[in-house]
Design a protein around this ligand. Structure first.
Ligand code: LIP
Length: 261
């Protein structure tokens, strides 16, 4: 299985690079950054998100016809978001669509690959910085503390916004945000940022980053401290167990699960 997995991962890296090139080219063409909204006025999508997801899925289907997919834009278009034991590609074609629309240079192609419901490898290509982050599942370790990254999600209902701000009030040393869950997780993995948490994120935002954090020695948790469930839309990624205790400060809530019928 090892060589097979490496072959699949090599394809993920190659297709992420190809997708990144499309994203970079699209930045020079305003039409390709025309914005449509999804679940709320801050949940954005462009034709480039859709095009890039199509490119990735078609490329994978040619090479691995039996594999399954969970893609952000396919789910938005009505496909089921169901994680089975089958080999599954979990794709966010442009993680950081808001950044993309504003040419703010934190935009990532995020690809996680799962077998038996466990993420086996992750590929996050921060394509404007031309930084490729990858990891394959191996073992667990720990890291250390100072900066915390967070995101605000795309739900602006009063109750949700209250909870987000309640968590922010409880947590000190929050210098800013980067607006891409995938890039935030790679910052944790590379030690630039010591923790990232979010309630309201989606499985395609964090699938690839999850294995990159763990294989770099980081910790993943649910925001209430249990094991992380990638479909639950709640995550803490941290460089060690101490930082992960920021979970104590988070005013947790439970958005509709990604795999809700
Ligand atoms: C976004 C993430 C962001 C998170 C949003 C959203 P998109 O992904 O990158 O970190 O706060 O909820 O999911 O929509 O740009 O792919």
């Amino acid at each position: 299985m090892d060589d097979v997995l490496q072959n699949i991962m090599d394809h993920a890296v190659a297709v992420a690079r190809e997708a990144g090139q499309v994203v970079r080219e699209a930045l020079c063409d305003e039409k390709q950054r025309d914005v449509m909204t999804k679940s709320s006025t801050v949940d954005l999508v462009t034709q480039t998100d859709q095009r890039v997801e199509h490119l990735i899925i078609q490329s994978v289907k040619k090479k691995f016809p039996t594999h399954r997919f969970i893609g952000e834009e396919s789910v938005a278009a009505g496909e089921a978001c169901v994680l089975t034991d089958d080999p599954t590609w979990i794709i966010d074609p442009i993680d950081g669509t808001t950044n993309f629309v504003h040419s703010f240079p934190f935009v990532a192609v995020s690809i996680g690959f799962s077998v038996d419901k466990k993420i086996q490898f992750g590929v996050v290509y921060s394509c404007l910085e031309d930084k490729m982050f990858t990891a394959r599942r191996v073992s667990d370790q720990e890291g250390q503390r100072s900066i915390i990254a967070t995101e605000f999600g795309s739900n602006r209902e009063t109750e949700t916004v209250e909870k987000i701000f309640s968590s922010l009030r409880n947590i000190l040393n929050i210098p800013g945000c980067v607006l891409s869950a995938a890039v935030n997780m790679c910052l944790v993995a590379s030690g630039c940022v010591e923790a990232y948490y979010e309630v309201g994120v989606h499985v395609w935002d964090v699938a690839a980053g999850s294995v990159i954090v763990e294989e770099a020695g980081g910790v993943l948790m649910d925001v209430e401290g249990g094991p992380v469930d990638l479909m639950s839309r709640r995550i803490v990624a941290a460089n060690n167990g101490t930082v992960a205790h920021i979970v104590k400060e988070i005013d947790a809530f439970s958005p509709t699960r990604d795999d809700a019928p």
